[in-house]
Design a binder for this molecule. Structure first.
Ligand code: NAP
Length: 280
């Protein structure tokens, strides 16, 4: 078997943890393969995607700003990509390019693994961007009875609910303004997810302490910094709080599994991340 490769397509890509994770996984499994980050402009996107059809290419990850633009360049799309309108993973199947979204399935798999069970319960999602879409899909996939989406720009929350509602018919979706999160709710929420990008910028949405209880799990999708104001406030109000590192690792693992047909070595991922944090 010749040397194989996979890559990240985006702009910028220098900050990405994906090369660290996937190269550690290839090494741990003794695979003759490497992963590289490719800084690709919108003008170069068609050529960059065409290169993925080469016989020695396993596939790619796709990040901002190309997650929607690549859809038209795929030969086939998975169900969740059709529902979400964005992909983050491309699989090269003998020259045919398949688009997948492992953010949604990665979040669902991580929640299942650490015992967060939305089945039959309502959930609150703050934000209405790409990560919020993946979150709503994951919560519905795990059987949440309803999901309320609150966002700064009301129209974006409305678009999310209108786009996903038809394909998630077992879960009731509704939306409102982010300001609603600061008001006392009728009852605490079992699950609250911060899918705004505030945490990534060292900020936090205002959430009324009455949204939380000791039975609540608050999930911050950002993982850098590892402890955000959203998590601190949720813990202070009695809830369990988690950051987005588990989602990151599981979306990477699902992509790795789709490319190689092998389970991703999660311990190698964790060790590589620890090393990267110690020597950024
Ligand atoms: P995005 O598509 O750009 O969406 C950003 C969201 O944040 C929108 O809902 C936006 O509201 C809201 N927002 C931005 N600035 C705000 C402000 N000042 N006040 C209130 N709301 C604000 O970003 P994304 O890709 O969904 O990412 C969102 C978060 O998820 C980031 O922290 C990212 O790091 C994290 N993430 C984590 C993973 C993982 O694997 N753990 C994967 C993907 C993303 P408007 O609609 O009003 O602009």
């Amino acid at each position: 078997m010749s040397h194989r490769w996979a890559c990240l397509i985006g702009q910028p890509v220098a900050h990405s943890l994906s090369p660290t994770l996937h190269n550690a996984a290839f090494a741990a499994l003794g695979m003759d393969a490497h992963y590289e980050a490719r800084d690709v402009s919108a003008e170069d996107l068609v050529d960059a995607v065409a290169a993925l059809r080469q016989f020695d290419c396993l596939g790619a990850n796709v990040t901002a700003p190309h997650k929607q633009a690549v859809l038209a360049l795929m030969d086939d799309l998975s169900d969740e990509v059709v529902a979400l309108g964005a992909l983050n993973t491309i699989v090269n199947q003998s020259g045919r390019l398949i688009g997948a979204n492992t953010d949604a399935r990665g979040l669902a798999r991580w929640m299942r693994q650490i015992g967060i069970d939305p089945a039959g319960r309502p959930a609150l999602v703050l934000g209405a961007g790409g990560a919020a879409r993946a979150t709503v899909w994951a919560l519905a996939d795990l059987g949440a009875s309803s999901v309320r989406v609150l966002n700064r720009t009301l129209e974006h929350a409305q678009s999310l609910v209108e786009a996903l509602g038809p394909s998630l018919s077992m879960t009731t979706l509704s939306y409102g303004s982010l300001a609603e999160a600061a008001e006392r709710p009728a009852a605490p929420w079992p699950i609250v997810v911060n899918a705004t990008s505030l945490g990534h910028h060292g900020l936090a949405p205002v959430v009324h302490p009455g949204c939380y209880s000791p039975a609540c799990v608050a999930i911050e999708l950002a993982y850098n910094p590892p402890e955000t104001g959203f998590m601190v406030a949720a813990r202070r109000a009695g809830a369990r709080a988690e950051n987005g590192l588990g989602m990151l690792l599981h979306q990477a693992a699902l992509a790795f599994e789709r490319w190689t047909g092998q389970a991703a070595p999660m311990d190698a991922y964790a060790a590589a991340l620890t090393e990267r944090v110690a020597h950024p």
